[in-house]
Ligand binder design. Structure first.
Ligand SMILES: NC(=O)C1=CN([C@@H]2O[C@H](COP(=O)(O)OP(=O)(O)OC[C@H]3O[C@@H](n4cnc5c(N)ncnc54)[C@H](OP(=O)(O)O)[C@@H]3O)[C@@H](O)[C@H]2O)C=CC1
Ligand SMILES: O=C1CO[C@H](CO)[C@@H](O)[C@@H]1O
Length: 429
């Protein structure tokens, strides 16, 4: 990130040259030159919230909503129009917004198998990207995302919003480095949910109004089945990464951030389908990770059959130091010196900080709080635990420099996927 020239960084000169309409400023919105025009891709679940969040910020205008399901457009356009006093255009194929020089940034809230192709293609088209977690669907494509961000000098923020949340920043940037709990030697992250199993469903036609071919995108062609569609896709390897890659990656990212470590060197994983037997992905994961740059160990537990509360949080992290510990979750944090609790203060969790950080990173041509390099490394943790499960090895060793599995061709093969033409990420982005 080098360019201090905001207009050049946004690429608006190209817009003017091409004769595209630059939208007039709306009430409460910054002037066009100081505003980021955003297209949101995938608006059913998380994308709806992201679109409304960006629409509510003075520094952004949601110019497009993009979804393969045209049934979603009416309500989304109206809701966003009410928030920002400007109705976005609805588009089925995201490649149309990549062709539009008026669009500065793409927000990707699709299923995981689309994250990397959409991000790489968007960077190639000169767009900044906010991509939901997990950053990638495979280890290899995460590295391609980093390469694309750097080559095209684009801001790529991953949707691990804790990275912009004040109490997480305070603990990880001030409390842990201060030595108040001594040397941190272990982080234990957990994520517990009650997730329903699926009842078997026959293949059949995709719902009216859905472009199923575009939904599949880079994934293998196969008949439509409801158990591989809305939200259920999380538990199918062609599209999802299991709950470790879904909700668990938030806690894994916080743990890795707090330990200050990079790519892991080994992963030991015991995982299984204990209750949700129709899933392809595990509903129970116990994994431990070691790193080349620290003696500290990261331990992770995922349970999808009961929302247990531990240390006050369903999902959380404990940093264990030689002289105390910190327990942290979305609702707050606790500090213990030895075993003595020390009073601390916290602010409520809000996604807004992360959206604002993305806009500010674009404005000031700097790396965002959850830069794609960090998102890629954190996504590597569930990917490698999943590989240990899928191969039945229980343990995988990684070269942190090459990011390849050592001495195991079957495990290495699972670090990347075949892309269905034309949704192919090239070796050289
Ligand atoms: N950071 C956070 O706190 C959260 C992050 N997430 C992340 O957000 C992402 C989306 O999750 P979620 O909203 O629950 O999933 P959903 O399945 O509910 O929504 C995904 C949306 O993307 C659409 N879609 C699929 N392919 C395309 C495409 N090629 N172009 C445009 N739209 C497409 C889907 O279409 P259709 O309507 O036909 O299914 C759907 O509308 C996931 O990666 C998830 O991990 C989710 C929740 C919270
Ligand atoms: O990131 C996320 C936050 O919480 C949701 C509900 O458990 C998850 O599914 C989601 O992906």
């Amino acid at each position: 990130m080098t360019s201090p020239n905001r207009r050049a960084f946004l690429g608006r000169s190209a817009a003017a040259a091409a004769g595209w309409t630059v939208l007039a400023p709306r009430s409460g919105k910054a002037a066009p030159a100081d505003r980021v025009n955003v297209a949101v891709m995938g608006i059913r679940g998380r994308g709806g919230g992201l679109a409304q969040g960006f629409a509510g910020l003075p520094g952004a205008l949601v110019t497009h909503v993009v979804d393969v399901d045209s049934n979603l457009f009416g309500n989304a356009v109206e809701a966003i129009g009410r928030i920002q006093d400007h109705e976005p255009e609805a588009v089925t194929d995201f490649r149309r917004v990549l062709d539009n020089p008026d669009v500065d940034a793409l927000v990707v809230a699709t299923p995981d198998h689309w994250h990397a192709p959409a991000t790489v293609f968007a960077c190639q088209a000169g767009k900044h990207v906010y991509v939901e977690k997990p950053a990638s669907h495979t280890l290899w494509e995460g590295r391609k995302m980093v390469e694309a961000a750097r080559k095209y000098d684009r801001v790529v923020q991953v949707g691990t919003q804790s990275r912009s949340t004040p109490h997480y920043r305070r603990v990880i940037e001030e409390v842990l480095p201060s030595g108040r709990i001594g040397t941190v030697l272990q982080a234990r992250a957990w994520n517990s949910q009650k997730r329903p199993d699926l009842s078997p469903q026959a293949d059949g036609p995709a719902p009216e109004g859905v472009d199923y071919d575009l939904w599949l995108g880079p994934a293998p062609e196969r008949p439509f089945n409801p158990n591989r569609f809305h939200y259920a896709w999380h538990w199918m390897w062609d599209y999802g990464t299991g709950d470790a890659g879904n909700d668990g990656v938030h806690d894994l990212d916080i743990a890795r951030w707090g330990l200050g470590v990079g790519m892991p060197t080994s992963v030991a994983c015991t995982a299984s389908r204990m209750v949700n037997t129709t899933w392809e992905t595990p509903d129970s994961v116990f994994a431990s990770f070691t790193f080349a740059d620290s003696p500290a160990v990261l331990v992770f537990e995922q349970r999808d059959w009961s929302p247990y509360v531990e240390a006050g949080y369903e999902n959380g992290v404990i940093f264990f130091g030689t002289e105390g510990r910190v327990e942290i979750g979305r609702s707050g944090w606790r500090l213990f010196e030895g075993n003595e609790p020390v009073p601390v203060e916290s602010e409520p969790f809000a996604d807004r900080h992360h959206f604002e950080d993305f806009l500010d990173a674009i404005a000031s041509a700097r790396l965002p709080n959850a830069d794609i390099e960090q998102g890629h490394r954190s996504a590597a943790l569930p990917h490698l635990a999943n590989i240990a499960f899928r191969t039945g090895r229980g343990c995988v060793t990684i070269d942190p420099e090459t990011e390849e599995v050592v001495g195991d061709t079957e495990a290495q093969a699972l670090t990347r996927r075949e892309y269905r033409v034309p949704f192919v990420i090239p070796d050289r982005v």
